[in-house]
Every structure is written in C-alpha cells, then in structure tokens.
Design a protein. Sequence first.
Length: 391
Amino acid sequence: MSDKLEKSIQELKKGRSGRHKSVSAIPQAPDDAGARALNEALDSGFKIVKFLIVGLAVAFLYSLTFTVQPDEIAVKLRFGKPVGVGEAQILKPGLHWAFPYPIDEIVRISVGQSRTVVSSTGWFPTTPEMEVARQLPDPTPFLRPGIEGYVISSDGNVIHTKATMKYRLNPNTALDYEFGFSNPTNLLQSILDNAIFFAATHHTAEEAIYRDQIAFNEAVRQRVYQLVTDHRLGISIETIDVQTMPPLSVRDSYDLVLSAQQEARTTVNQAEAYARTTVNAAQGQASTILADGVTRSNQIVRIMASEANSFSEQLPYFEMNPMLFKERLMAETMQTILTNADDTFYFSQREGIQRELRLQLNREQIKSQREKEKEEAAAAATATPPPVRRR
C-alpha cells in the first residue's frame, strides 16, 4: 500500500512541474481515501499560494506609488540625490511613483502652511501661560544679564524688543530652503535677531519705544528682507510684528511721559483746530463786511451821481428864475409830505394878526376821511353778492 502511495506522489509532482499533465491523470487506488485527501490538500495549498503571489504583486505595485497633497510638494531622492534637474526635481500635487526604500526616498515639503519664527533675544523671560494671559513678570530694581534679554539703542539706553515673523515656502524655490541649509529655522531666527540689533543701533530708545516706532519696525523688516534675499532662503515673508518696551523697573515713568506727550499733542491739536475755525470765521465775516461796504458805497455813489445829475439839469432853471424854482420845489415837497398825511390843516396869513393852532390830544381818535372811505368800500364789497354765472 505504501509503495503505491509513494508512486502516486511522484507522478503528481511530475505532473505539477511539467504543467502538461492533468491532475485527473494521476493514478489512484479506487478505495484509497488517504491519497484522495492528500490530493485535495495539495490543490488547496497551490490555490492559496497563487492568491498570495497575486496579492504580493499588487501590494508591491501599490507600494511604488505615492500621492502629493495639494498643500505640499515632494522631491524624489535616488540613493540620496534628487532625481531630475531644475524645476523637474519638484513633484507637484498628484499621483507619482518611486522605487522602494532604500533605492528611492520621498521628501515631502509643506508649502501651504504658515510658519512662525520668534526672536526673544531682546525680551525678558516669560512662560507660555504668561504669553497667553498677556502678563509681564515682576519688575526688578536692576537688569539681570543672562536672564533678561535686552538691546542697546543708539543713545546707549537699554530696551526690550521682541519680533515675530510669519512666512511660507515658495514652491519654486523650496528646495533651496530644504536642502541648502542644515537647519533653516535656526538661520531665520538668527536673521531676525540680527535685524533687531541692527535697528536698535540706528534708533534712540525714545524713537524705538513710542516717538517713531513705525520707523523702527520698518528698519527691522528691511533688514530681514535684505538678509533673506542675500542667503537665498526661498521663502515668502507674510508679516513681521515688532514689540518694544522699556525696562520694567522704569516702565511707569515711560508711561507717564508718554501720557503727558499724548495729552500735550491732543491739546495742541485742539488749539490749532480752534485757531483755524476762528480765523476762517473772521475771514468770512471780514469778507461779508467788505462786500457789504462795497455794495453800499456803490449804491451811495450811484445815488449821489443821480442827484448830482438832477441838480445839474435843474441849475439852468434856477438861474433863470430862482423864485419860481423855489416855489415849484416847495410845491413838489409839500405834495410828497401831504400824500401820507391823515389830517391836513391850512392857515392863511394876515398882516398884523397873530394866529395860533390848538389841538386836543386826549380826545378820541377821529378817523380820517380816507379811512372812512376805505371802510365803506370794504363793507359794500362784502355785502354785494357775487355774480351768478349762467350757462
């Protein structure tokens, strides 16, 4: 029985290795259950092996691919050196392939994330909790070198300065940042420290703290831009925030001086505004008075010219008969006077007889004839019905 089993196994191995014989062609004993079970086990084993081989092949091919996210770029290193030349070295977002490590190595560089560098070389020591709560340490009566950071201004005073820079990597020049320096973050922090010390040497403490703080901050920014360009870091600077503060022990005195100067500046601005308003109002009034004076002078000149012209025209008549001219002028004048008079009294003069006029002023007011006529006319108009229109 064992001889037959060994013979069947050898024929089965030959059929599997040559792949030209069918499994069904293997001679088996009709009633050999052990041989039939071994044959089924071998068939199942070969199927599992095939499935594993196919799965390993798929997994190997999948391991050769990788994806670059939209906010990053990648560089393929083959045996430690970038693959490609120039911009071809940069792998854009999308699907790419590479040989497995250690043949190829993928270096991912984030270009969409904003990065931050803080320069606290000229600042006093604080804790993260104090930074969040915006608290300052307790003041000390003297400066502690080695513990408290500081910078010296151009006038020899001590001030505290802190700068925070936010930047992003430029996708086209990110390789210079990633492979051109061993630690680019430390280099940027050194550049920021250098810019602070440089700006402090060109400004006094008063200018840096409150008088010309904008110029001090701009000097820090210009210095950072210059050093970043000189070192070809390949970054895009977003913002640079600079804080300046006097030593904590004299901060209250600085605040008092600043408050006094701000109050003085406010008072001066108010005085200048009041002066401008007053001057403008005075100029407006002066212009109005001048314009009114010119108008009235022109009017008087025209009246005088008209009267002079009238007298010039009447002069020949006066010269011809002065008495007649006087009587006519008197008559015209009296006509003008009597036009607006309510009551008129005429007295004749007699030689040798003196006459006087007496008026009773406390008697009831007697309406003039003209007023009576006006009232009668108004009453008649009111009593008369309006005419009826006929169609």
